[in-house]
Design a protein around this ligand. Structure first.
Ligand code: PEP
Ligand code: MG
Length: 322
């Protein structure tokens, strides 16, 4: 089996009936890029930049960030790299920011909420990204977007920094795609409106499931409610993908669900364009997809959307698509 996967390393990802999708990797540091290449990743679908900010005693400078982003872009050699701006808070804390303890950190002051408030932190990251953009195929993605106003505010800060850099004589790419994570139900529901303004969506199922089911993703006692195959989740995913396609945009997924062999047939059937997962899952996923018919998976997904429970959906997939 390993030998079969190896052969797929430099191949595109194509279903048995000829539908193309992209398999990308989630990374946390520039060192992870070697594993992406090694495993045949077609891009980076999620670069979690939190790690640049963690494990140190002060904020990373623009220069430190620029070097990290540039290294990833150069080593990916023109393949797309989706960099997610700072997503701190919730389970990820930064001691040196000295933020007050919250009763519900997963529902609190985190990610884009913090960045829009602490513009000094956000602008530094945006400048580093913009400067690095000329070294590869950069896509920028904002985390935890709950409203259009948040997206517009973040985009405007990006455009302001871009204009400033250009006025300073710095080169900045004009090809940067700008997208959002869809990991809050309000955004998944209102995807048609977002799709008019963003270049792409990436569905963050780790959080989307927790927020939709109201079940803390870290709490063992409610883990039975953490249900990727719940038809409610599948309907949200479908809504996002359809909304993007109606505007000629693409949708990826960078939560754990994207690399799950039970979810993959459903996601292929729902029309997901890009799957971003841990690097070691890429070749098994490419092999799995090469044996699936996208047309048949579309029918499978249509059936799943009409079911009432996650168990029924999982049983349907096991029976017909594995
Ligand atoms: C997600 O929420 O699905 C996601 C990819 O982001 P993180 O796991 O970093 O919260
Ligand atoms: Mg998340």
């Amino acid at each position: 089996q390993i030998a079969e996967w190896r052969k797929l390393r430099d191949e595109p990802t194509v279903s048995a009936d000829g539908k193309h999708v992209e398999l990308a990797a989630n990374i946390g540091t520039p060192n992870d890029v070697a594993g992406v290449i090694e495993n045949g990743g077609e891009g980076v679908g999620l670069y979690r930049t939190e790690f640049l900010y963690m494990g140190r005693d002060k904020l990373p400078s623009e220069e430190v960030q620029y070097n990290a982003y540039r290294t990833v872009l150069e080593n990916m050699n023109g393949k797309p790299v989706v960099v997610r701006t700072l997503d701190i808070g919730g389970d990820k804390e930064l001691p040196y920011l000295d933020l007050p303890k919250e009763m519900n950190p997963f529902l609190g002051f985190r990610a884009i909420r913090l960045c829009l408030d602490r513009q000094d932190i956000f602008r530094t990251q945006l400048r580093a990204l913009l400067r690095a953009s000329v070294h590869g195929n950069l896509r920028i993605m904002f985390p935890m977007i709950a409203t259009l106003a948040e997206f517009r505010a973040a985009r405007d800060l990006l455009l302001e920094e871009k204009a400033k850099l250009k006025a300073e004589g710095q080169e900045v790419s004009d090809q940067i795609q700008l997208g959002i994570m869809v990991e809050i139900p309000s955004t998944a529901v209102l995807a048609d409106q977002f799709a008019k303004e963003v270049d792409f969506f990436s569905i963050g199922t780790n959080d989307l499931i927790q927020y939709t089911m109201a079940a803390d993703r870290m709490n063992e006692r409610v883990s039975y409610l953490y249900q990727p195959y719940n038809p409610a989740i599948l309907r949200l995913i479908k809504n996002v993908i359809d909304a993007a396609h109606a505007e000629g945009k693409w949708t990826g997924m960078c939560g754990e669900m994207a690399g799950d062999s039970t979810a993959i047939p459903l996601l292929l059937g729902l029309g997901l364009d890009e799957f971003s997962m841990s690097a070691t899952s890429i070749l098994p996923a490419r092999s799995q997809i090469s044996k699936l018919s996208a047309a048949e998976m579309k029918e499978l997904a249509a059936k799943a959307l009409q079911m009432g429970t996650a168990e029924e959906v999982a049983a349907l997939v096991q029976r017909t698509a594995q």
